[in-house]
Design a protein around this ligand. Structure first.
Ligand code: PLP
Length: 370
């Protein structure tokens, strides 16, 4: 059986309820949600409302209407960054993904907070990066390279103390770390639907604490206030221009229901244990260097000494599915010291079992001996 260890990219396998929901809603519920009052449209809208309610429960958000669905976390992050930006300075971190770094690079006025060799960002360094005109602080909840989880609650506090908004990139943590929007006090939370939440590809979303702080980035038809040329400022219509992916969103709602039933914390704990056990197995191999901290998601980054990460992936061949290279996070690789080689990332997900650790460690042991 295929040893799939690329869950940080996407969860290739989904719970049965997700396949059932996707199939059923594609077949019977593919009308345009919120466009007209005919039954198929209302049924499609129901799927979206249910998914909003599920996401609000998962993130402990008061108002399900403040959750909009997007194609993925990249769209959500762009909607958040470009929609919240009204001039001024932005703070992001070295562990952030290109879906944060590229949009802020286009805006121009930003500071990158350094991380240490284990991929940890320190709140004091975030505070030091703040300038008098800082309007937005962004931090990935966990690194997609080595899995390190960041102290985002403290970082949110610092942002607020200086009058800035805090945007949490939860692409790597939604579904495997407990995320309490109120406790973290995030202004914006961007998430992927297709990774840890185990929803279909082409799904993601954005939670917005205060919609008045956001402008729409893409405007168009919403099925509401159609007599006006002005795009609605209310959620979720503000962030739902055009026809939404109703079967995908309904299936994401089913996936989130599954996560709530099993508990994001419990899922994350199992994945962390597998990742930390693999970390230890790899540390015991004299030819292998492992990166990252034990306070992590299911991702482990490593290299076989003297080999580029792509060469290691070639040696692994078809025996396991992992990802080599730079993982769209070039600055994170600089932080952990792999900017010349990249790294191999093995990432555990819900459907992995503890025996997969030994299976993969054996593959790497043999690969490390040529
Ligand atoms: C930390 C982080 N942010 C954002 C993204 C973008 O997610 P998506 O592929 O859903 O657009 C990723 C994807 O790997 C990620 O790891």
């Amino acid at each position: 059986m295929m040893l799939y260890l690329d869950n940080s990219a996407t969860s290739i396998r989904k719970p049965a309820v997700v396949y059932r929901s996707l199939f059923y809603n594609t077949l019977f519920n593919s009308a345009n949600a919120g466009r007209g009052s005919h039954k198929p449209s209302l049924r499609a809208l129901d799927g979206v409302l249910n998914a909003q309610e599920a996401a609000a429960r998962l993130f402990n958000a008061d108002n399900p209407m403040n959750i909009a669905f997007t194609h993925n976390a990249t769209y959500a992050l762009n909607m958040a960054i470009l929609g919240a930006y009204d001039g001024g300075h932005i703070v992001a971190t070295q562990m952030d993904h290109n879906s944060v770094l590229r949009p802020i690079s286009r805006l121009g006025n930003f500071t990158i907070v350094p991380a240490d060799r284990l991929g940890r960002v320190y709140p004091a360094d975030v505070e030091a990066a703040i300038q008098p005109d800082t309007k937005l602080v962004i931090c990935t909840h966990a690194s997609n390279v080595c899995g390190t989880i960041q102290p985002v609650k403290e970082i949110a506090k610092i942002a607020h103390r200086h009058g800035a908004l805090f945007l949490l990139d939860a692409a790597q943590t939604a579904g495997c770390v407990g995320i309490d929007a109120k406790d973290i006090d995030a202004d914006l939370i961007a998430f992927s639907g297709h990774k840890g939440l185990m929803g279909p590809l082409g799904t993601g979303g954005l939670y917005v604490k205060n919609p008045a702080k956001l402008k729409p980035v893409i405007t168009g038809g919403t099925g509401s206030q159609s007599e006006s040329l002005k795009h609605p400022a209310v959620m979720p219509d503000m962030l739902h221009p055009g026809t939404v992916n109703t079967p995908g969103i309904a299936a994401l709602g089913a996936a989130i229901g599954f996560i709530i039933e099993h508990g994001a914390e419990a899922i994350g704990e199992k994945e962390r244990e597998m990742a930390n056990n693999l970390h230890d197995e790899l540390m015991n191999m004299k030819n292998v260097t492992v990166y990252g901290d034990y306070f992590r998601t299911g991702a482990v980054a490593f290299n076989i000494n003297g080999l580029g990460s792509e060469e290691t992936a070639e040696r692994i061949g078809g025996r396991a599915v992992v990802r080599a290279g730079y993982h769209c996070a070039p600055l994170a690789h600089k932080a952990i010291g792999t900017n010349k080689t990249g790294a191999v990332r093995a990432s555990f997900g819900f459907f992995n079992e503890p025996r997969d650790v030994k299976r993969f460690a054996d593959i790497i042991y043999k690969a490390s001996r040529g």
